[in-house]
Design a protein around this ligand. Sequence first.
Ligand code: FES
Length: 145
Amino acid sequence: MSEQVKASVSRRGLLCGMALVGLGILPEAAFGATPAVGIKAVGKKLQLDLTKNKSLAKVGGVVTIPLSDGSSLAVVRTALGTKGLVAMNLSCTHQGVPVEQVGKKFVCPAHGSQFGLDGAVIQGPAQVGLYKYPLTATATSAVIG
Ligand code: FES
């Protein structure tokens, strides 16, 4: 799947996910990472209350938000401060299989691709990093999308 097509699918997934948040309907998280709390739709974006997601207070913390297309979005603390959060889709960029957090990596169970917590490729066959969503943060909230 090309990067451009993947980005389109991922953005559609985020929009569908935001619709579910707006309706208060959220499926279970796709895997055992900490599910995000304090999420609300703001226009076409998601707002995450950082004061309610304590795991994001420290570097390496990860919370996930399930999307209606079956994929998940992860918000990861990669550094301290308002610039130290990234949001990414957890579908492997090789063939779309959901990646799983294993320690300080995201690992794809299908063919073994590995990504850092920042989404960068550590090991193929994936050639590109996990798809990242725009994210802006203040000390108390993050807006994704
Ligand atoms: S689908 Fe993830 S490595 Fe192939």
